[in-house]
Write a protein that binds this ligand. Structure first.
Ligand code: PEP
Ligand code: MN
Length: 356
């Protein structure tokens, strides 16, 4: 697959003067809930309403979706509001059902994108379709696997394609449910600048309070749109309750988002803004890592106190310094700089340990 401006024609057809918004509940729960949110979203900037019918759940025993029963609720929502409708498909049977019920947009979930066999099965079932197909990143941070899935659809002559960045699984939990790893979509954008790129801040954050800031970062990185889980009563949602917003909150977010300041101000400004956004992301990660390091220092402090061991262990400190000077050299970092940074980090660790 090669980059071509034809990749974004379907998005241009929306003729929007703002990013594309896809909003709607994590899961369709009841007919009433689907119709309620559809009407709440009708006059917002939403073009497409999402609702999951077949829900891939991490552990069995959770709500696994209403299944095919919900298809007619989605059709009704479309008929009553004029919104286009999107749902997740995870096998060829889902595809047949979705195509037969006028679902406009089909998305491939993160747990499906990881499996080339299933992706191929779905791509075959969608061969030559003119429906829009959005491919979420795989749960593991692997750009080639993500692009491989896109290529399987492209080769099946599915040409209205887009990708959705929903973050990546990590064992150690950060402030996000799924780590954004912004570098991966940025690399994807560099290789396929015309492939529409959407952000799913809901599954990245796992927390409705973080949706806005994630969307703004994505907008600064030139993303084309958003998929935001929106529910009439988030607290009582049957799945992903913590990350869903109300229609009112969703509308606030769409109003608050600032288009990139540099629009039309030339290439220099545009590149500069993009690089600055990258720096902002890395600065955020740096401080988060320092916070984690100090928490471990706190634990060591408690342990040393319990065992009556001195806080400053010169040998250990020399080891750290030696290792970091070597790492620094590999990264082309000045020795004096590493010394200054590590002295400060070490001092702060000692402060943390002595607090206990
Ligand atoms: C979803 O969009 O509801 C979903 C299950 O997403 P993901 O595949 O990103 O986990
Ligand atoms: Mn969800």
């Amino acid at each position: 697959m090669k980059n071509t401006t034809a990749l974004k024609f379907w998005l241009d057809d929306f003729a929007l003067d703002h990013p594309l918004f896809i909003a709607g509940p994590c899961s369709a729960e009841t007919e009433e809930q689907v119709l309620k949110i559809a009407h709440q979203l009708k006059d917002s900037k939403t073009s497409i309403m999402r609702a999951g019918l077949w829900k891939p759940r991490t552990r069995p025993g959770n709500f696994e979706g209403v299944g095919a029963l919900g298809l007619k609720w989605l059709q009704k929502a479309k008929a009553e509001t004029g919104l286009m409708i999107a749902t997740e498909v995870a096998n060829a049977n889902h595809v047949d059902l979705a195509l037969n019920h006028d679902i406009d947009v089909l998305w491939i979930g993160a747990r499906t994108t990881v499996s080339p066999f299933i992706v191929q099965e779905i791509a075959n079932a969608l061969k030559d379709t003119d429906r829009i197909v959005l491919i979420k990143n795989p749960v593991n941070p692997d750009l080639d696997l993500w692009l491989g899935a896109v290529e399987r659809f492209y080769s099946a002559n599915v040409k209205k394609l887009g990708v959705v960045h929903r973050g990546f699984s990590t064992y150690e939990k950060t402030k996000y449910r799924n780590n954004p790893e912004w570098q991966i979509p940025i690399d994807l954008q560099t290789r396929f600048p015309d492939l529409p790129l959407l952000l799913d801040p809901s599954h990245i954050s796992g927390n409705s309070n973080l949706i806005f800031e994630l969307c703004q970062t994505a907008l600064d990185l030139n993303y084309n749109g958003f998929m935001i889980e929106t529910h009439p009563d988030p607290k009582n949602a049957w799945s992903d309750a913590e990350q869903q917003v109300t229609a009112r909150q969703f509308i606030e977010i769409t109003k608050k988002l600032q288009p990139r300041k540099t629009k039309g101000e030339g290439e220099f400004q545009e590149i500069l803004e993009k690089l600055r956004t990258k720096i902002d992301i890395i600065d955020g990660q740096t401080v988060e890592l320092l916070g984690k390091r100090m928490k471990i220092a706190d634990e060591i402090g408690v342990l040393k106190k319990k065992n009556n061991v001195a806080i400053l262990q010169a040998e250990r400190w020399n080891q750290i310094l030696k290792r970091m000077l070597l790492e620094g050299k590999n990264q082309n970092l000045n020795e004096e700089f590493i010394l200054r940074v590590y002295r400060a980090i070490h001092q702060e660790s000692i402060n943390h340990q002595t607090k206990n």
